[in-house]
Design a protein around this ligand. Structure first.
Ligand code: PMV
Length: 351
């Protein structure tokens, strides 16, 4: 597509959320991680975002969530646009209409920032190519990951299908704090990972992730956490090659519990856990030890629990979830998800 300077152009991308097994918790300037994190992209928890760019000397943007004008996200979007405009000069001379919708309910407690900020970064980078009449050249996903990171750290990891690492680590020579890269050599077992997202408590969090990250500055266990996360990342990289589920569950659960322990031991301390989060953890451990079910858990910064298991074992796992776990969920709500193939371009149009 060739464009002229007065055209309004609309582009649309879908991008997934992701689940970190080794967690990013704590940051340095500008939105760089204190430690490496490793995640996989989800398949069903997706944000679809379109951006229409209309030439305007004033720049600026308007944001709609599910067709309703929303200002709650303006600060994050504004931060991203300001920093991105040095790489994407079209931002300064276009007004952007950004429309977003998620496949998962807002009240579900699934962080939408990873999927929404990565979808927005994809639209912006793609628009710059089109405006430069370079549409046929391929998007530089590392550059887009860097942009997404500026909107929300975890969004840097949503640009690829499968497994991703963000943050510098010696074992992976091209790893970087600036952007995420796709992890090669993952055992086929872990390319078939399933994730049942248990909605334990849908209310919004008392303490936001941004506040939580900030409390890692001067945290009494800060240095120990950085060492632990690096050790867990190195071990997970090996386990992902070998394909051993029990070793995988040990790392995932150690990371989830450590994340919540860091919140409890920060100053001020807080907990986002719900009594039923703890009941689920008990049930998972019992199922694994007593019933030999291949199931483990992860958690993000909230009360909801992510069950992890091999998709190819779901005939064993699903009856147990329905029997023991569903009653512990808020209004019995569970969202079944699994590893996905990454973002997808939907549409591009001249208006
Ligand atoms: O990207 P943020 O600022 O919402 O932080 C995400 C932090 C965790 O979800 C708790 C961990 C992670 O690595 O995704």
């Amino acid at each position: 597509m060739t464009t002229n300077k007065t055209q309004e152009i609309k582009i649309e991308w879908k991008s997934p959320s992701n689940l970190a097994i080794v967690k990013y918790w704590g940051k340095k300037k500008v939105q760089k991680p204190l430690n490496p994190s490793i995640s996989f992209s989800l398949k069903n928890a997706i944000t679809t975002t379109s951006v229409s760019a209309k030439p305007s000397t004033q720049g600026g943007f308007t944001f709609y969530l599910d067709s309703i004008k929303k200002e709650t996200f303006n600060e994050k979007i504004d931060n991203l646009l300001k920093i991105a405009s040095s790489k994407l000069p079209f931002i300064a001379n276009h007004h952007l209409t950004i429309e977003s919708s998620n496949t998962f309910p807002h009240s579900s407690g699934i962080a939408s920032s990873a999927s929404s900020m990565s979808a927005l970064a994809l639209c912006l980078a793609d628009l710059q190519l089109i405006i430069n009449n370079e549409a046929s050249s391929k998007l530089d996903l590392q550059m887009v990951s860097e942009l997404a990171r500026l909107g929300s750290g975890s969004a840097a990891r949503s640009l690829y299908g499968g497994w991703t690492i963000w943050g510098e680590i010696s074992a992976i020579p091209n790893s970087s704090d600036d952007y995420a890269i796709k992890l090669p050599n993952v055992h086929s077992n872990f390319m078939q990972i399933a994730n049942a997202i248990l909605i334990i408590e849908p209310k919004s969090k008392k303490v936001s992730s941004s506040e939580g990250h900030a409390l890692m500055n001067n945290h009494p266990y800060g240095a120990a956490r950085i060492k632990q996360a690096n050790d867990n990342a190195l071990q997970l990289l090996e386990v992902l090659k070998w394909g051993d589920w029990n070793q995988f569950f040990d790392i995932a659960e150690n990371e989830a519990l450590s994340l919540h322990a860091l919140m409890m031991s920060s100053n001020p301390g807080y907990t986002l856990l719900h009594p039923n989060s703890l009941k689920v953890i008990e049930e998972v451990r019992r199922a694994r030890i007593e019933n030999k079910l291949p199931v483990g858990f992860s958690m993000d910064a909230g009360p909801n629990v992510h069950l992890l298991y091999p998709k190819y074992e779901e005939t064993k796992i699903l009856p147990w979830i329905e029997d023991k776990i569903r009653p512990l969920c808020h209004q019995q709500e569970i969202i079944y998800d699994e590893l996905g193939n990454g973002p997808e371009k939907i549409d591009i149009r001249e208006l």
